[in-house]
Design a protein. Structure first.
Length: 362
């Protein structure tokens, strides 16, 4: 749904039947303080300390959950990314204490897929590797700790982000960050008509709509000493902003449906992310769609691993690959941005960008 399509009538939602503590607390704030920005509403719906969709641990990803991500397709995604991380490690001189920082790690499945593959197939890299997860929500950290217990001290959860050399990785993190709904100088804010949530429009001057995502880029840039940032997400180069509300594999018509029980995301505006990264001294090392990115990695793996193909005789892996690559499945919907800091600007492209065109950001 484009912002303009989020009209008052269509999105007005009678939440009497969903009289949860979360809905009540959102209503109370609006009654006391007047209409609130959509960023504030999204923060409550997804990240309210007790009742938010993510922070409560209620979010379920995959076939039996609310939506699919690359990670939920199967282990192939993590294995391909592990190969890309290994190339980065080689590029940085095969250093000891190479750190992968993952943010938005959900239940730890991606970390597990990466670490299992590296341990089995890339033992030298495994010895040098440290895995760090930035996780603000205790219930998710608990799930990650359980899933990754077998790796002991290799995986740690720092209390706050720390300086590191290596790679910062995220899959669908930026699109889950709170945004304001601003289009053509008008902002849609969340108000109440009786007990119904409605959008109220107000004029705004030039204002940043994705403050949280930009601040997360500041934080990553401040902590990365040398290495790469790889962010995978669905978004646009042009200024097209779509809000998506998903529950049980259905797209809902309004963010006011199933508050705290549905995922809310906004397509990422890559141009503003890149601009902020460059202002922080990061350099763009590649940008392409997921189809080209994963095809590049796969072709490198297939040509270099002495015939130990990632897909060897596995029908399941081939199906996973098709889902990840197919333009009508996940291949074109997702894009991959790579940024670098203190890496030789003349360094050749990473495998993932072998087939990419030169990016143009607006
Ligand atoms: C759409 S899910 C993606 C999960 C996982 N990466 C995957 O691909 O299956 C977004 C995740 O980002 C997390 N998240 C949101 N803001 C975050 C932040 N500031 N730091 C770390 N995680 C965050 C949410 O809790 C949620 O687990």
């Amino acid at each position: 749904m484009k912002i303009e399509e989020l009209d008052v009538d269509r999105c007005a939602f009678d939440v009497l039947q969903l009289n949860t503590p979360l809905v009540e607390s959102i209503r109370e704030t609006i009654r006391a303080q007047g209409p609130q920005s959509f960023a504030w509403f999204m923060q409550q719906a997804l990240y309210h300390p007790e009742h938010g969709y993510y922070s409560s641990g209620r979010c379920a990803i995959g076939r039996k959950g609310d939506y699919f991500t690359n990670v939920s397709v199967g282990p192939l995604f993590g294995r391909l990314l592990a190969s890309q991380f290994s190339e980065i490690w080689e590029r940085l001189g095969k250093m000891n204490d190479f750190v992968i920082v993952e943010q938005g790690a959900h239940d730890g499945q991606f970390a597990l897929d990466v670490l299992e593959f590296v341990q089995k197939r890339l033992p030298e890299f495994f010895d040098a590797l440290r895995y760090r997860i930035i996780e603000p929500f205790p219930i998710l950290e608990q799930q990650q700790r359980q899933r990754l217990e077998v790796f002991g001290d290799k995986v740690k959860w720092p209390d706050s982000p720390e300086p590191f050399t290596g790679v910062h990785f995220s899959n669908e993190l930026l699109d889950a960050m709170p945004v304001r709904l601003i289009s053509n100088g008008t902002e849609k804010v969340v108000g109440l008509e009786g007990d119904k949530f409605v959008f109220v429009e107000r004029r705004v001057d030039k204002t940043i709509f994705n403050q949280a995502a930009l601040e997360s880029i500041d934080e990553i840039a401040a902590n990365l000493q040398r290495g790469y940032v790889i962010a995978i997400d669905y978004g646009f180069l042009e200024f097209e902003r779509n809000v998506q509300v998903r529950a049980q594999h259905r797209n809902l018509d309004s963010p006011f449906e199933q508050i705290g029980h549905a995922d809310i995301t906004m397509s990422v505006h890559w141009g503003s992310i890149v601009e902020r990264a460059q202002a922080n001294g990061l350099r763009v090392a590649g940008f392409t769609d997921q189809h080209h990115f994963l095809t590049g990695i796969l072709s490198q793996v297939e040509s270099g691993d002495g015939g130990q193909s990632l897909l060897a005789d596995s029908r399941k892996a081939k199906r996973e690959l098709q889902t990840l690559l197919h333009p009508e499945m996940l291949g074109r919907a997702f894009q991959v941005l790579a940024l670098t800091k203190n890496v030789d600007p003349g360094a050749s492209r990473l495998a993932g960008f072998k087939f990419a065109r030169e990016p143009r950001f607006s």
